[in-house]
Design a binder for this molecule. Structure first.
Ligand code: GLY
Length: 561
């Protein structure tokens, strides 16, 4: 069967078997790809047992809280884009919010200077978690299987343990000193001096928390025993999240950011994520040029790409923030006419330094390195694109007393002081200043793409902080403009520019020295990175076959059946 599907791959994508890397998993019915083999397997099992993509996405999400605590979470938040089999697209924003006692200058000392590390490594770094409420909302709105059924496999994994992979053990060992800062965290994540491949990792407290949530739902987490534990943790660590912060948390269903790129329709995340708007800005600018006779990763590919990225990120810093608190000129920013004007000063022979490149002029203001991404498609054509995070790897490193889960350090995604870079080097201003109950601006870009005939085509997303948006943009262009299959598109080397710092980041040893020296001679400063992103994505062929791709950069797992 697999060889027939591989043959179809050649026919559908017209690619040579000599150059293409097959997607990791191919199936007629359903597909799941995530950062954890346990989580992907749980998702596939839900699909095989008649659950839809939303059911599977919820089960995968809870499983990641057990097997991928770097970013999978109960104590963080995220975003979900859902496309139903009828083609309707909705998004769920379960981003953390600033606690009621948060205030604009809370990370500054009496001289107005940023207190180093406070927005990242202390109890003050946590926003009110959104994940449990977000999953419950998705379940009530679109799910078909019982809530209890979707949590059961994760409870079992936490109770009985799972064998650590090389990557799991390596991450735990590398973060040991980070865990030792918090006694509750140390008990769980630094219980052994050293972890090895195959060690059984059991999380009894987390199992109890998941069991309580499976019985009492989000109400339990936000108003019940778990909420008391969070407040107790705040007392122990000096944090500011209150019972009423938790009781008042609400996920928000929003319209997607919708735009076309070369006749393909993109649906992505609106604020509180900057992902959809910046993705639209980048691709709209690129649409003003053609890649038809341009070599992949030649200077003529990379230069206009990074120039569109710089302009989008300059706008991000100026205009984007939580739309409940600040007016964001969304329809202007994602329009084709704005992209044309914004890109009109691009000259391949005359590079404008970022210091001279401000945000675009918006006349009308009156309009209405650790995260994880997974994608799911079911046999009916429902698709879900989910990105969740604690922000930094293992969040702020503080485990809620007796509850077994880590808290986020998402408050750092606010502009804690105008122009002060966050942990990803992103800067911001008033639009993303801290205020009680406000959502901090994200770069998460869960995205779904329909083909020109309005059929489901791609389910995209990635972790990677500020690089998420440019990773998604490159994968889309790799498929649409350069004709790659999804696995090749995901595996292809990545570059990134975010306006400030004024650098082109590129993955080490993966670009030709000719292209790099061309870019350098044009005046660009280049900076190497070991790797960028972990995009776990799905492509749907014209015959409805699902191609599930796990990013080769890390030990992700794609499955299909
Ligand atoms: N915490 C990274 C982001 O939301 O973009």
């Amino acid at each position: 069967m697999k060889s027939i599907l591989k043959y179809l791959l050649f026919v559908v994508f017209n690619i040579s078997p000599l150059v293409a890397v097959f997607p990791d998993a191919i199936g007629e019915n359903g597909a799941v790809t995530s950062s954890s083999k346990h989580a992907s397997q749980i998702g596939i099992d839900v699909l095989k047992n008649g659950g839809n993509a939303i059911d599977a996405a919820i089960a995968v999400g809870f499983a990641l809280s057990v097997t991928f605590p770097n970013a999978g979470n109960l104590g963080g938040g995220g975003f979900m884009v859902i496309r139903t089999s009828s083609g309707e697209v909705r998004t769920i924003d379960f981003r953390e919010v600033a606690p009621e006692n948060a205030f604009r200058d809370m990370y500054l000392d009496e001289n107005g200077d940023v207190i180093s590390g406070m927005s990242l490594y202390t109890a003050h770094a946590s926003g009110v978690p959104g994940t449990v409420a977000g999953f419950e909302y998705a379940h009530e709105r679109f799910g078909t299987k019982s809530w209890n059924y979707l949590l059961r496999p994760s409870i079992q994994l936490a109770t009985n343990g799972f064998e650590l992979s090389f990557r799991d053990a390596m991450y735990l060992n590398a973060s040991r000193s980070f865990f030792l800062r918090d006694k509750e965290s140390a008990k769980i994540f630094a219980a052994q001096d050293n972890y090895s491949v195959g060690d059984l990792f059991i999380q009894k407290d987390l199992a109890k928390t998941l069991r309580r949530i499976s019985i009492g739902g989000a109400d339990e987490f936000y108003k019940g025993v778990t909420s008391d534990m969070i407040v107790q943790c705040m007392k122990r660590t000096g944090g500011i999240i209150t019972k009423s912060d938790l009781a008042n948390y609400r996920p928000i269903e929003r319209d997607p950011i919708t735009f076309k790129y070369r006749d393909y329709t993109f649906y992505s995340m609106p604020p509180a994520s900057s992902g959809g708007i910046c993705l639209a800005e980048i691709l709209n600018q690129l649409e003003t040029i053609s890649f038809d006779s341009v070599g992949f990763h030649s200077t003529n590919h990379i230069q206009p790409f990074v120039e569109s990225e710089r302009r989008a990120y300059a706008d991000r810093a100026e205009f984007l923030g939580d739309t409940d608190f600040t007016d964001v000129p969304i329809s202007t920013l994602i329009s084709k006419s704005y992209a044309e004007i914004r890109f009109s000063d691009y000259d391949q022979y005359k590079i404008i330094p970022s210091s001279d490149m401000g945000p675009g002029e918006i006349e009308r203001y009156d309009e209405s390195d650790e995260t994880t991404h997974y994608s799911v498609v079911d046999k009916w054509g429902n698709a879900v694109s989910v990105t969740i995070t604690l922000n930094g790897k293992y969040g702020n490193g503080i485990v809620v007393d007796g509850a077994g889960f880590l808290l986020n350090n998402e408050m750092d995604d606010f502009s804690i002081k105008p122009g002060h870079p966050n942990m990803y080097g992103l800067v911001g201003k008033e639009a993303n200043a801290i205020a009680p109950y406000k959502r901090m601006l994200s770069s998460m870009t869960p995205t779904i793409v329909d083909d020109p005939e309005d059929n489901l085509f791609l389910v995209l997303g990635s972790p990677g902080g500020s690089t998420i948006i440019t990773t998604v943009a490159q994968i889309a262009v790799n498929v649409i403009d350069f004709g790659m299959n999804i696995q090749d598109a995901v595996n292809a080397p990545r570059f990134h520019h975010q306006w400030l710092p004024d650098l082109i980041f590129f993955e080490s040893d993966r670009f030709s020295s000719e292209t790099l020296s061309n870019l350098s001679s044009k005046g660009y400063e280049l900076s190497e990175r070991k790797s960028i992103g972990e995009a776990n994505c799905i492509q749907i062929g014209s015959s409805g076959i699902k191609f599930s791709a796990a990013d080769s950069r890390r030990a992700a797992c794609a499955l299909a059946y």
